[in-house]
Design a binder for this molecule. Structure first.
Ligand code: ADP
Length: 658
């Protein structure tokens, strides 16, 4: 045959070669070659064709056998350019089991195939396997035999290989016990067919080996009616294990397809099984063996042999099984699908978009996870950037704040430089003026013929200048003390009204000298006026404020007073003097500041008075402020904590004393 193929190839090359050469003789040879090729084609095809004879144990129309057949045919049909001819024979042992039938069948096969070249034999199930074990060496000597769906054969003859039917009884019983830990009894339905008997044998071995205490009972030797009756008596915790029921005790046969339809109405307990022909027909499930896959697997072996592999190189394999369950039946018996073994497949489940689009959802999940990772990474990145921005912002704010502080400090330095200049000018004026007065008038006193009046006048001027100098020096000492935090508070019982009276009496002559009126316009009731505070400091504050009031008032009056408000004693000194422009009110409490007006410049003074006042008020934990209007007058207020000595007195009572 290989020679023929080689020849065909040579001829084809020749035709291609002839096509390219324009020669009359060659064209004639080419045409002749094509004619020969067409004439020999059937011979060539025939030479390539392989004949397979399939012998099934059972009859056509039995779903098990039909499915095996389908598996065999489909896998060859799917093969392109298949040159395999498959012939099928059915032993029909479910209907004819006697030895006479086997002899007739043997002769039938022998006669039918004696002139036909068979390249490969395939058999399904035990009866056909047994038949070929005995007869194949005689009828089809040296022809390889493949088998499938064969249960528990003791030995495999030479030139045989195939698929053993593995129903894995152990796994099935384990599954039943897992799903029904409180089972009462397992009823095993089986028949006495060749397969049924071999399964019973295997079943007993496995129970002896692995399930010593298993509570079980065979339902084997029953008629259909007896079986029905028996099934109706089962306890609610019983379980049925359906192996086979093709024959009953009276040898009535029942096909795989209908037996469960007949029995189901009589069974209320869960039924398990191992064959695919029962699956989907009312059983819960089990480790299912499929006929179709047996067909596919055996034809794969067949292809290997037809392609030249020696049968001895192909090992016997176990047929595949799959833990499969019927969702509808699981639900009927309240068995959770989550209790099923991990790799189970479930049929009849309600439509689930996710389950039906598993691949899509796997991709989607992967994409989502990747996206999530990306989002988290981005988010972390953004967070990091935000944090660093925040830090930078903070740093910027700190830098800005520090810059502002530096600018303010520079301004203060500038200001204090200006103030220092003003102070020096002012102080030198305040020291030089009285000193010049003192020295000048001392010179004048040296003149010999001065009269008494003149002498008294000069001494008066010297005295005034001396006091002015002393005041300036006192101010400088006071402000130095304040600046260096050297003021010490000496608390004692003091009478606020007495203090006011003292200052009124002290300043009355000075005010009157200037043509001004001075009076106390408000006092505190006598008992409430006794508080704990520092008298000297209060005196000093009032002296400065009244002094200024008289100094900066040319007409009118000066009123002094005190009252209590919200635990504070408030003092005020009100005048009808020149007032202070609004834009200078803030700065007059600063050191060395004199309001820059002509009227003020005419006045003598160090510019320290109000800063001394502010320093003292601060030392007493109080505040100082002023209300003023240029040309109308000013009112200076200061507050100190109200610490009354007699606490049961009414403090809000005001006593106005004109
Ligand atoms: P001085 O020695 O110049 O009086 P002060 O510190 O006591 O220094 O006062 C600061 C400035 O406040 C004064 O130069 C003056 O311009 C203004 N001032 C203070 N008291 C009054 C007042 N009662 N009326 C108007 N101006 C006043």
């Amino acid at each position: 045959m290989y020679f023929l193929l080689f020849l065909k190839q040579i001829v084809l090359w020749f035709i291609i070669f002839a096509n390219n050469i324009n020669n009359m003789m060659l064209q004639i040879i080419k045409k002749l070659t094509i004619i020969i090729l067409l004439a020999t084609a059937p011979l060539l095809i025939k030479a390539q064709q392989k004949n397979i004879l399939v012998i099934h144990s059972y009859h056509s129309g039995l779903s098990w056998t039909d499915n095996i057949n389908k598996g065999i045919y489909n896998s060859f049909v799917n093969e392109q350019n298949s040159t395999v001819d498959i012939r099928c024979e059915y032993m029909d042992t479910k209907h004819f089991e006697d030895s006479a039938h086997f002899t007739i069948f043997k002769n039938y096969i022998k006669n039918k195939y004696q002139g036909i070249k068979i390249d490969l034999l395939i058999c399904s199930d035990n009866a056909a396997f047994n038949f070929l074990t005995i007869n194949a060496p005689i009828i089809f000597p040296n022809i390889p035999v493949l088998f499938c769906a064969v249960n528990y054969c003791d030995s495999i003859p030479q030139n045989f290989t195939g698929i053993i039917e593995d129903i894995d009884i152990k796994l099935n019983i384990e599954t039943i016990l897992n799903l029904h830990p409180n089972y009462n009894k397992i009823y095993i339905i089986n028949d006495k067919s060749i397969t049924g008997t071999s399964i019973t044998k295997e079943f007993n071995t496995i129970i002896d080996k692995h399930f010593n205490n298993l509570r079980y009972e065979y339902l084997t030797d029953y008629t259909l009616d007896e079986l029905k009756l028996k099934l109706t008596t089962l306890n609610k915790n019983d379980v049925v294990f359906m192996l086979l029921f093709n024959f009953d005790r009276l040898n009535n046969t029942y096909s795989y397809d209908v037996i469960l339809d007949i029995l189901n109405p009589y069974i209320s307990v869960p039924v398990y099984g191992t064959w695919d022909f029962y699956f989907g027909k009312g059983i819960v499930g089990g480790n299912i063996t499929g006929a179709y896959t047996h067909g596919v697997m055996v034809s794969n072996m067949a292809k290997q042999i037809l392609n030249g592999t020696n049968i001895s190189q192909i090992p016997v394999k176990k047929g595949p099984t799959q833990l499969s369950f019927d969702y509808k039946i699981l639900k009927k018996h309240n068995i959770s699908k989550f209790k099923l073994p991990n790799n189970s497949t479930i049929i009849n489940q309600p439509f689930s978009f996710i389950r039906n689009n598993k691949i899509f959802f796997i991709y989607l999940t992967i994409v989502l996870i990747i996206m999530l990772v990306l989002i988290i990474t981005l988010w972390l990145q953004v967070k990091k950037v935000k944090q660093s921005l925040k830090k930078e912002k903070k740093l910027l704010a700190t830098v800005e704040a520090k810059s502002a502080e530096i600018v303010a400090a520079l301004e203060i330095v500038e200001q204090s430089n200006k103030l220092k200049d003003a102070f020096l000018a002012n102080i030198s004026h305040e020291i030089r003026t009285p000193m010049n007065g003192i020295l000048g008038f001392i010179e004048l006193l040296k003149i010999k013929n001065l009269n008494t009046n003149e002498k008294a006048k000069y001494i008066d001027i010297i005295e005034t200048s001396g006091y002015r100098l002393l005041n300036t020096i006192n101010d400088i000492i006071e402000i130095s003390k304040i600046e260096s935090n050297q003021i010490t508070i000496h608390q004692s019982e003091i009478n606020l009204n007495d203090i006011l009276n003292y200052h009124l009496n002290f300043f009355k002559p000075i005010a009157q000298n200037k043509g001004l009126q001075i009076k106390i316009s408000e006092k505190i009731t006598t008992k409430n006026a006794i508080i704990n505070s520092d008298k000297n400091i209060i005196d000093n504050i009032l002296t400065n404020l009244i002094n200024n009031a008289i100094k900066y008032t040319h007409n009118g009056s000066v009123n002094i007073g005190t009252y209590v408000e919200n635990n504070w004693v408030i003092f005020y000194v009100k005048d009808t003097g020149i007032g202070i422009p609004a834009n200078r009110i803030e700065s007059i409490f600063e050191r060395f500041v004199q309001v820059d007006t002509q009227a003020v410049q005419m006045q003598e003074g160090s510019g320290l008075g109000l800063s001394i006042v502010k320093g003292y008020v601060n030392a007493l934990q109080g505040k100082v402020w002023v209300n003023s209007e240029p040309g109308i007058g000013s009112t200076f207020f200061f507050s100190i904590p109200y610490n009354p000595v007699y606490t049961n007195c009414l403090v809000d009572e005001k006593n106005t004393n004109q």
